[in-house]
Ligand binder design. Structure first.
Ligand code: IMP
Ligand code: MG
Length: 179
């Protein structure tokens, strides 16, 4: 479970820093007259969230949710179970959901609907990575770090079997690890 399991590096630490800086500037500008609350989706978003919030220069609050999809094997069914809910009342806040990756879109489309029902002022999505070729649900991100091809990636928060989250770059995992 280490760097030798990585087939190729997709985003270096320097590229991730650039992405986070760009998104932080954009968000700080777009939300300067709003009541920003970042909602991180555990656990994949933790490193991205930690860096992104430091690159945001306006007032904001943060909170976290943990969800799991009712997946049978590797196929997501679309239904999502809340493992940890938010602590803060959302009314009046402009929510920005912070995710590691938008894949089928099932998780985020469910989350967005669920959070909309709690009367925030607005909801947008910020995802570090976007795999548009795999989209099933009707959901798009408002802020995207990088669009990536349909390959299984790990690092910078993203896991395979809960490992590799601590890598400081995003890389494609060797097939031999999961075959
Ligand atoms: P979705 O509901 O299919 O969009 O799946 C989103 C979740 O699946 C993400 O939050 C990740 O936890 C996981 N996921 C999807 N693609 C990858 C990947 O390439 N590497 C690691 N996790 C992934
Ligand atoms: Mg995730």
């Amino acid at each position: 479970m280490n760097e030798s399991d990585i087939k190729k590096v997709l985003l270096t630490k320097e590229q991730l820093d650039e992405i986070v800086k760009r998104l932080g500037e954009q968000i700080s500008n777009d939300y300067k007259d709003k009541k920003l609350m970042l909602v991180g989706v555990l656990k994949g978003s933790v490193l991205f969230m930690a860096d992104l919030m430091r690159s945001i220069t306006i007032d904001c609050k943060i909170d976290f949710m943990a969800v799991s999809s009712y997946a049978g094997g590797t196929k997501s069914t679309g239904a999502v179970k809340i493992i940890k809910d938010l602590d803060i009342d959302l009314s009046g806040y402009d929510l920005l959901i912070v995710e590691d990756i938008l894949d089928s879109g099932n998780t985020l489309s469910y989350l967005k609907k669920m959070l909309l029902a709690r009367n925030p002022s607005s909801i947008r999505i910020c995802t570090l990575l976007d795999k548009p070729s795999r989209r099933v649900a009707d959901v798009t991100a408002d802020y995207v770090g990088a669009v990536i091809p349909d390959e299984f990636v790990v690092g910078y928060g993203l896991d395979y079997d809960e490992y590799y989250r601590n890598l400081s770059f995003v890389g494609v995992l060797k097939e031999s690890v999961y075959e």
